[in-house]
Design a protein around this ligand. Structure first.
Ligand code: AMX
Length: 435
């Protein structure tokens, strides 16, 4: 079966049954304690969400439906034998839990291309903003304009039954994913190039097409883009962008509304904007010393200077991870293969040696190791995508591959409106006094 919708339709009753059984037979099983630290500490470690597509192990990092990044690289179809996983393959895997064949992936590529028509008013909505607007502001605006075509909203107004909510959610999600690259590429070309739209190439897969529409045709860049989208797709459900999408969709806001909200969370410097901050910080090091070729001592001084200004070292640390992010490692492997002599890559390698002991010495940083954002910028910079303020848009396009499938499952599984309990500070003090 090469049709993703039919494949999903077959799975829905089985998953619904599993959720029903969990609720009926085990609804009152306790999963852990809630401490004051958790309530005051951004809910770290609190098991509070179900997320089907992926899970993050603190030491081993992300697994997509149980598969590590190296396993995905081995088992998911690429554009050519031995190539990086195609984002379409990751989408199929996240949605169905099954490894797709090349024929299934090719069919999905085609389906996404066929859905990629952009209404003119979406470009006009972006044009209404000054070119100086941050690319993420322009991106959210474009996504909000696409919302006008929401199938879910139309179906809801038409009185669709609850059991069928997931069907227009699927339509919206696939349309949204399909249309993001053209919107995102338009923003890039408007802000940094001649403003002319490069049309979709019917012979290219999703990742390659996005690079092509941005204006890049080097096969190595196309391949990096496939890897980039695949590894940035999903990172379980509690991170700000994923959790935001799930929360905002929970009162039955459609996927466009939910995803635009997710993008606004991704645009925060402690989350997705960190990739922009990393390259900017690396450039500031190079500007300070006049060269990327600096000694370990010079680098340590600069890191300490950053910290003494009360700033964080961007690209280091994580809310869940406690080891080097495998998304960092696979980008490093890509760089070692394709650009081992690039001076910026060599500086990134040096930073990885010097930062962790310094952060560890602070005594408060739970994870001194690099995350995904510590690496992506130098690779993009090498291939000519040098405008770091654009980087979070690439992350945003990719994140739709993880958030979208979960929104479909949220509706298929009848997930309710999300509404945790808050307490006042006085109430918290009373509760503590009683214990
Ligand atoms: N540089 C300096 N200080 C850091 C640090 C870093 N890279 N990472 C953590 N710390 C500090 C925190 O600011 C906090 O200090 P405080 O107690 O004075 O407020 C202390 O260490 C404890 O923080 P933590 O429990 O280790 O981290 P967290 O779960 O609260 O936050 C994160 C995680 C990612 C926000 C944090 O590590 C950070 O700010 N990193 C830099 C920004 C970054 O790279 N973000 C991208 C993360 C991945 C992503 O979402 N794309």
């Amino acid at each position: 079966n090469t049709d993703l919708y039919s494949e999903l339709k077959e799975l829905v009753p089985e998953y619904q049954e599993r959720v029903k059984k969990l609720k009926k037979d085990h609804g009152s099983v306790e999963l852990g304690k809630i401490t004051v630290d958790m309530v005051l500490g951004g809910m770290r470690g609190m098991t509070a969400l179900v997320w089907l597509g992926s899970a993050v192990d603190p030491d081993e990092g992300i697994r997509f439906r149980g598969m590590s990044i190296p396993e995905c690289q081995k088992k998911l179809p690429g554009a050519f034998t031995g190539g990086e996983p195609l984002p379409e393959a990751v989408l199929w895997l996240l949605l169905t839990g099954k490894i797709p064949s090349k024929a299934q992936v090719d069919s999905l590529s085609k389906e996404l291309r066929s859905r990629a028509t952009i209404p003119d008013y979406a470009y006009k909505a972006i044009d209404a903003l000054p070119v100086s607007a941050h690319p993420m502001t322009q991106f959210t605006t474009g996504v909000m304009a696409l919302q006008v075509q929401s199938e879910f909203q139309k179906a809801y107004e038409g009185g669709i039954a609850k059991a069928r909510y997931w069907e227009p959610t699927y339509e919206d999600t696939m349309n949204l994913i399909a249309r993001l690259p053209a919107i995102a590429a338009y923003i890039y070309r408007r802000k940094y190039k001649d403003g002319k739209i490069i049309p979709l190439d019917d012979s290219l897969d999703y990742g390659a097409n996005y690079a092509h529409m941005l204006g890049f045709d080097d096969p190595e860049m196309l391949e990096f883009m496939r890897l980039y989208i695949s590894i940035h797709s999903d990172h379980e459900g509690g991170n700000v962008s994923s959790h935001t999408a799930h929360l905002v969709a929970s009162p039955l806001s459609d996927p466009y509304l939910a995803f635009a909200a997710a993008l606004n969370g991704l645009a925060g410097p402690l989350h997705g904007l960190a990739n922009q901050e990393v390259l900017r910080w690396i450039r500031s090091i190079v500007a300070e010393f006049g060269t990327p070729n600096i000694s370990t001592e010079q680098l340590a001084d600069y890191i300490n200077k950053t910290l003494s200004r009360g700033q964080v070292v961007p690209g280091y640390g994580h809310g869940v991870l406690r080891q080097t992010d495998p998304r960092y490692t696979c980008q490093r492997e890509f760089a070692l293969k394709h650009l081992p002599n690039d001076p910026y890559f060599q500086l990134v390698s040096k930073i990885k040696e010097v930062v962790p002991p310094i952060l560890t010495k602070l005594g408060k940083v739970k994870n001194p190791w690099p995350n995904v954002d510590a690496h992506s910028g130098v690779l993009l910079n090498y291939y000519g995508l040098t405008e770091e303020n654009y980087y979070t848009v690439l992350f945003g396009v990719s994140r739709s591959f993880g958030v979208g499938p979960q929104l479909i499952w949220d509706r298929a599984l009848g997930m309710p409106l999300e509404r945790p309990k808050s307490v006042t500070l006085e109430k918290l003090e009373q509760l503590v006094a009683k214990s």
